[in-house]
Write a protein that binds this ligand. Structure first.
Ligand code: UDX
Ligand code: ADP
Length: 456
């Protein structure tokens, strides 16, 4: 029986391992983490992350061939394959601060693996890492006296939060990078065989380690670039008579462009996009490639511009003052169907609204607890309210920042009646029925369409 250990029981490690365990009953999967609370939650009825469909997958395999544990060393020692899925946030200190990946957690894992192992192992990079990290890790793993052989593979994760289960069940592709040596190719084949249990072979791509590492950064950079591109156009639409939804639809029907990731929004968030682009920028710069570095950096700057532009539009349309006004923020998660708030555009929006001394009320079906953690400095200034009707009561405006499906079906007449007038809706996701809201009496601002007003 193949034994897998996964270090890191987060948004990536948890769902990915649960799916492998579900699909491969003859593989024993143990997910370990240093965070005891997280491990306890994985074994309980309330999983530590919200992900549609995840509960059923975990339930099916838990205790059968899926285990969660805090005994990191034992799980490593027993494993044939060790996935490393720890966090690699952007560095906040020293060389490359603000751009490079902080690899301290990764390196700690490599050292731990080396220290406790008593047999050869395949080490799989699952966290997004800068190109050539595998090489550095190999050096750590093979340093000093060591009889064991560690073969490092890169197997980047492409799942998106909110759709993780569908993405894992039926991925566009799985990418496995390995060395072009006999032992490298043997390790690649071992991992290919695991995924091939449920994914057709044509969708399992193999590459060299560096290509696999770089492909992950590139995929996220391209996706983020599409969002920034359409957001750049949304600003121009607001200045003209164009409607960004129409532009997006018109260009998306060109099969060379394609329809996905062309939804103008308040901006992209999530733990990956910004981090991976900045990582790419840092890589380019460290190879002396200043123009490519600047090119990719612009995607992030465009995103920040879009967030700030949204707040400026709120301020301008609300008669240039929001001090003391109650504003209801509908949605704090970085997108729908997740409780994750990492890099959510809502963070900047709330900070900027708070700087204008607005009274902010945040509502979200899944992300309130994380939202509280994101803004410790504003915790006394912001109210958190589960019920969107209560959040909107007495408010001058609603700012919709996450496209939760339930926000489409609220009783907006009831909400309008309870609000201060004129009542504004600022739709940061072009999610609501703007004509219907306008009919009710709302002043309606949407991305790439601007303000529809009863007052002019
Ligand atoms: C992303 C990648 O999609 C995934 O392959 C990778 O493994 C991790 O990073 P994720 O961060 O979970 O996944 O979310 P994604 O669905 O890509 O959305 C990212 C952000 O872009 C969200 O804030 C979303 O609201 C925004 N977005 C997306 C838009 O604003 N417009 C779009 O058209 C699409
Ligand atoms: P991701 O979105 O990449 O999955 P998360 O932050 O959700 O990132 O998960 C990473 C997990 O890795 C966290 O639960 C963290 O506690 C865990 N972790 C970090 N360093 C170590 C380590 N040295 N050993 C075990 N777990 C670790």
């Amino acid at each position: 029986m193949i034994k897998i250990c996964c270090i890191g029981a987060g948004y990536v490690g948890g769902p990915t391992m649960a799916m492998i365990a579900k699909k491969c009953p003859d593989v024993q999967v143990t997910v370990v983490d240093i965070n005891e609370k997280r491990i306890a939650a994985w074994k309980s009825d309330t999983l530590p992350i919200y992900e549609p469909g995840l509960d059923a997958v975990v339930k099916e395999a838990l205790g059968r061939n899926l285990f969660f544990s805090i005994d990191v060393d034992q799980a490593i020692r027993d494993a044939d394959i060790v996935f490393v899925s720890v966090n690699t946030p952007t560095k906040t200190f020293g060389e490359g601060a603000g751009y490079a990946s902080d690899l301290q957690y990764w390196e700690l894992c490599a050292r731990r693996i080396k220290e406790v192992s008593t047999s050869d192992k395949i080490i799989v990079e699952k966290s997004t890492l800068p190109v050539r990290t595998a090489e550095a890790m190999e050096r750590v793993l093979h340093s000093g006296e060591n009889a064991m052989h560690f073969e490092v593979l890169s197997n980047p994760e492409f799942l998106a939060e909110g759709t993780a289960i569908a993405d894992l069940e039926n991925p566009d592709r799985v990418l496995i990078g390995g060395h072009e040596t006999p032992s490298g190719q043997k390790a690649v084949q071992t991992l290919v065989d695991i995924y091939a249990t449920w994914i057709s072979r044509e969708r399992i791509l193999t590459a060299n380690v560096w290509s696999a590492e770089l492909s992950k950064l590139t995929a996220n950079a391209f996706l983020a670039q599409r969002v920034s591109s359409i957001n750049a156009i949304s600003a121009l639409c607001e200045a003209t008579e164009a409607n960004v939804n129409e532009v997006s639809h018109a260009i998306g029907t060109d099969s060379r462009i394609g329809a996905k990731f062309l939804k103008a929004s308040i901006g992209f968030g999530g733990s990956c996009f910004k981090k991976d682009i900045l990582n790419l920028v840092y890589l380019c710069e460290s190879y002396g490639l200043q123009v490519p570095a600047d090119y990719w950096r612009q995607v992030v700057l465009m995103n920040e511009y879009q967030e700030t532009r949204f707040v400026k539009n709120m301020l301008r349309n609300m008669f240039n003052t929001i001090a003391g006004k109650r504003l209801a923020v509908f949605g704090f998660a970085f997108k729908a169907d997740t409780g994750d708030t990492r890099e959510s555009p809502a963070i900047r929006v709330c900070r900027e609204l708070a700087a204008e001394r607005a009274k902010i009320v945040v509502t979200d079906p899944k992300a309130i607890e994380n939202a509280k953690i994101e803004m410790p400095e504003l915790i006394d200034q912001i109210e958190f309210e589960e019920d969107p009707y209560k959040a909107a009561k007495g408010a001058h405006a609603i700012a919709l920042l996450t496209e939760w499906p339930e926000y489409k079906t609220l009783d907006y007449q009831r909400i309008y009646d309870s609000m201060s007038k004129p009542a504004f809706v600022f739709d940061g996701r072009n999610h609501l029925d703007h004509d219907a809201l306008f009919e009710i009496g709302f002043e309606v601002y949407s991305i790439g369409k601007g303000l529809k007003s009863h007052l002019q």
